[in-house]
Design a protein around this ligand. Structure first.
Ligand code: RIB
Ligand code: CA
Length: 336
């Protein structure tokens, strides 16, 4: 039986969110009930166009795409954000996207309403896979707090846990991008009491996109030639970069979010630790950083902190069998 998910994402054209969306849409183990874009990697207009066009190209016009938030709850656009990555508040008219603009129209429901109503209609059945800033999910939980009990699980790509291996930030020295874009939203979700699994940078950094993986996806024997075409057209040229190691060309960017989907299909390929995770909402260098700790009543010097915290521990993935993920990915994308 396939697992029902809603895919909450800052999708761009063939970025890792987009490749993860293809993974979900093609996997026989996953049923995508809807896609809810949220600003993050790109501004929301661009993301909406990418999501709708992807569905057209995959022949999946049946999947609703609901427009989410076009900016974080409190975090304002800044010269730093514009310079390093964040284009969330640009909200420009989209004149074109690489495969051309979609004809398909968005579903009229707001993403937060769609998330909550869909979960409420099938309590205990739906996993929210959130691979962008958590604004849509946070607002849904604030509007409909009962959703925290009704959702089967929220699987989040976000955060970087300094106490675990590979825990440095990727947008500031210690903060991960999705949490840093909307730290207040991340905090609301982590405090919600929902059943949460976190895929922080620690585990996602075990991923890479090798030329050998690309070759398998574009194999002429693939049962999904439309997917092979997308990869040939938009990923293939990235391997022409003269900076890449010619012996084993590898793309390090763009393969983080698919870990959440591999988890939905085969959770046993991941290693977990149970931790309380807090997100700093103090403005300054700590803004958006995440801190994981084992709840305890005393200071051990190691794990326990003397924090009178009311949050419950969540499952934090810190490592995985990456070869197993690759097999799941290839099998979904090629049908073989
Ligand atoms: O920090 C990694 C996250 O931000 C991923 O979701 C990826 O899409 C990037 O934009
Ligand atoms: Ca993302």
């Amino acid at each position: 039986m396939s697992t029902k998910i809603i895919f909450d994402t800052d999708i761009g054209w063939m970025n890792d969110d987009c490749m993860a969306a293809i993974f979900a849409l093609k996997s026989p183990d996953i049923e995508v009930l809807g896609i809810t874009p949220v600003m993050g990697n790109f501004d929301l207009n661009y993301e909406m166009a990418c999501a709708l066009r992807l569905l057209e190209l995959l022949g999946r016009e049946d999947v609703p795409v609901c427009r989410g938030f076009d900016r974080p709850l409190l975090h304002e656009r800044s010269p730093y954000a514009d310079k390093v990555w964040g284009k969330w508040a640009m909200l420009e008219d989209v004149k074109d996207i690489p495969p051309g603009l979609p004809r398909l129209q968005p579903d009229p429901r707001h993403a937060a309403v769609f998330l909550a109503e869909t979960v409420q209609a099938q309590p205990g059945e739906i996993i929210i896979v959130a691979v962008g800033p958590l604004t849509n999910v946070a607002v849904a939980l604030r509007m409909y707090p009962e959703m925290a009990r009704q959702v089967k699980e929220i699987v989040i790509m976000g955060g970087a846990i300094g106490r675990l291996p590979r825990g440095q930030g990727n947008i500031t020295p210690a903060a991960e991008f999705n949490f840093w874009v909307d730290p207040e939203a991340a905090r609301i979700v982590l405090h919600s009491g929902a059943n949460i699994t976190l895929m922080p940078l620690n585990v996602c950094r075990r991923s890479y996109f090798a030329r050998s993986l690309y070759d398998r996806i574009v194999d002429p024997g693939s049962d999904h030639p439309e997917v092979a075409d997308l990869f040939r057209q938009y990923i293939g040229p990235r391997f022409d970069d003269p900076e890449l190691d010619r012996r084993e060309p590898v793309l390090f960017y763009g393969v983080f979010d698919h870990a959440c989907l591999a988890y939905v299909i085969r959770p046993e390929i991941f290693d977990f630790v149970s931790m309380c995770v807090e997100v700093s909402i103090q403005r300054g260098i700590d803004y958006g950083t995440s801190h994981g700790y084992i709840k305890g009543g005393y200071v051990s010097g190691e794990d326990a902190l003397p924090i009178d915290s009311n949050i419950e521990p969540i499952k934090v993935a810190y490592d995985m069998d990456f070869d197993a993920l690759v097999e799941l990915y290839v099998s979904a994308l090629t049908g073989r």
